[in-house]
Ligand binder design. Structure first.
Ligand code: NIG
Ligand code: FE
Length: 411
C-alpha cells in the first residue's frame, strides 16, 4: 500500500541522515521542507521532497494536505498511564498549602493510587488506560512508555504490567513497559524499607522478567523515597534480567540519583529539578538521556530543572508528559511544548527535538521513531490549518492535530 501526502505546507523534522539523539546547540536546529510531499509505504516512510520534484508514479491513496503541516508524532517517554480513579481532592489539599511530601507521608499520593489499583479489576484498568491512549493519539503522540508502580504488591504490579502488555497488543501506539516496583514505601514496610527492597528484588523483578512483561526498570530514587543504596541493589538485580534502568531522580533533592543512573548506564534519568554542575558533568560522559517533566513541575509548582545550563553544557534534553493522577494528569504533549517554551525558555525547535527524537532515544526507539526519515515507522500527524510551526507551542491548550497516522494508517 503506497500513500501520498501531497501539498504539505511544511514538512517538519525531516532527516536525510538520521541521528540517534540531538545534543546541546544542535537542539535549536530542525530541518523543514516547504510545499512538500511525503510517501508512506505500508508502515514506514519511503520518501519525501518538494512537490516540484515529485515524479509521476502510482499511489493507492492520496491525502491532500493543502494549507496544513506534517510533523513526526511525539514520543512520550515517561508516563504512569495505567491507574484507577483520580486524585482531585489532593489537588485541593495542595492548593491549600500541603506539599507533595506531606501528602505522601499521611498515606495519600502514590499510596492512594496504589489502594485503588489493588482494588480495580484488570479489565477496568485496561479500559481506562485505553481511553487515555486514544486521547494521546488525538494530541499527536505515536510512542509511549508506561510504568507500573501503583501496585506495591507483587500481584498488583504484575496486574499492571499485564494490562500494559494487552495495551501494547491492541493499540496502534508503539508501547514500552517499565517495572517501577519501587515507587513508594507501603505503610506496612515503614521503618523496614529494606524488606520492601528485598521484595522487589526477590519477587517483582524475577516474576516480571520471567513473564517478559518489562523492557526497563525504574526506581523513585529521591529524598523520602528510595536511597542510592536501595537503588543500586534493585538496578543490579534488574540488569541480571536484562532490564535497563530508566529512573526517577533529583525531583525533591540532590539525591545522588543522577550519579547512580549514570553508573548503571540508565537509558534516561527523569525529573532533575535538583541538578547542579556536578550532576551536569556526570551526565556529559554518559549515554543517559536527561529527561525533564514540565507537566509535573507546572502542576506541583516546583522549581524548574536547569534546562538551559544543561543544553549550554552540550547535553541533550528530552521532555515527556509524566501523565499520572498525582503530579501531571494530562496526556497532551502539545502542552508540554508550551511549558517548555514558557517555563524553560526553550526555543520551539529545541522543544520539538526534546519531545520527539530525544524521547524516542529515552525509550530505545530512536532508530525507528522520532523524526521523518526514510525507513522509519510512519508515525506522523497532519495539523489543522496553522500559520507556522511556532504556532504549535504558542497556541497553548488548543489541539492543533487534525489527522493522526500511525504505522502508515489513519487512526
Ligand atoms: O513522576 N515522582 C514520582 N512519581 C510520579 C508521581 C506519581 C504520583 O503522584 O502518583 C511522578 O511525578
Ligand atoms: Fe514519573
Amino acid at each position: 500500500m503506497r500513500t501520498l501526502i501531497s501539498n504539505i505546507k511544511q514538512l517538519v523534522q525531516v532527516e536525510e541522515t538520521p541521528q540517534l539523539k540531538v545534543c546541546g546547540k544542535a537542539m535549536a536546529q530542525m530541518q523543514t521542507i516547504d510545499n512538500a510531499y511525503l510517501v508512506i509505504e505500508d508502515d514506514h516512510f519511503a520518501d519525501f521532497g518538494m512537490m516540484a520534484g515529485l515524479k509521476e508514479q502510482r499511489f493507492d491513496r492520496e491525502i491532500n494536505a493543502e494549507g496544513r503541516m506534517v510533523f513526526p508524532s511525539f514520543c512520550d517517554s515517561h508516563t504512569h498511564l495505567v491507574y484507577a480513579g483520580s486524585r482531585e481532592i489532593e489537588y485541593i489539599d495542595k492548593i491549600r498549602g500541603l506539599s507533595y511530601e506531606e501528602i505522601a507521608k499521611r498515606g495519600g499520593g502514590i499510596l492512594n493510587s496504589a489502594k485503588r489499583v489493588q482494588e480495580a479489576s484488570e479489565q477496568q484498568l485496561y479500559d481506562d488506560a485505553m481511553t487515555r491512549l486514544q486521547q494521546m493519539i488525538g494530541f499527536g503522540s505515536g510512542a509511549v512508555e508506561i510504568k507500573s508502580g501503583y501496585g506495591m504488591t507483587t500481584e498488583a504490579e504484575l496486574k499492571m504490567l499485564r494490562v500494559i502488555r494487552r495495551l501494547r497488543e491492541d493499540s496502534p501506539l508503539t508501547i514500552r513497559a517499565t517495572l517501577l516496583g519501587a515507587h513508594g514505601i507501603p505503610m506496612e514496610y515503614r521503618g523496614r524499607q529494606e524488606a520492601f527492597v528485598d521484595l522487589v528484588i526477590n519477587e517483582m523483578i524475577p516474576q516480571a522478567a520471567g513473564e517478559g512483561l518489562a523492557d526497563f526498570i525504574d526506581v523513585f530514587c529521591d529524598e523520602g523515597f528510595f536511597t542510592v543504596r536501595d537503588t543500586e541493589r534493585m538496578l543490579e538485580a534488574g540488569l541480571k534480567y536484562g532490564l535497563r534502568p530508566k529512573i526517577h531522580a533529583n525531583e525533591l533533592a540532590c539525591s545522588g540519583g543522577i550519579q547512580v543512573a549514570v553508573k548503571y548506564d540508565a537509558l534516561s534519568c527523569d525529573h532533575l529539578e535538583f541538578t547542579g554542575e556536578e550532576e551536569i558533568a556526570c551526565l556529559l560522559n554518559s549515554n543517559t538521556m536527561p529527561t525533564v517533566l514540565p507537566g509535573a513541575a507546572f502542576f506541583l509548582n516546583m522549581r524548574h530543572a536547569p534546562v538551559r545550563q544543561m543544553m549550554d553544557a552540550g547535553l541533550p534534553v528530552a521532555l515527556a508528559s509524566d501523565c499520572n493522577p498525582g503530579s501531571s494528569p494530562s496526556t497532551n504533549m502539545q502542552l508540554i511544548l508550551s511549558f517548555a517554551c514558557v517555563s524553560y525558555r526553550m526555543l520551539p525547535e529545541e522543544a520539538f527535538n526534546a519531545t520527539t527524537i530525544n524521547t524516542a532515544y529515552a525509550m530505545g526507539l530512536s532508530q525507528t521513531h522520532g523524526s521523518i526519515a526514510r525507513g522509519k515507522v510512519a508515525n506522523c500527524y497532519i495539523t489543522k490549518p496553522i500559520p507556522n510551526y511556532e504556532y504549535m507551542p504558542y497556541a497553548y491548550g488548543e489541539n492543533k492535530v487534525d489527522v493522526a497516522i500511525l504505522n502508515g494508517q489513519v487512526v
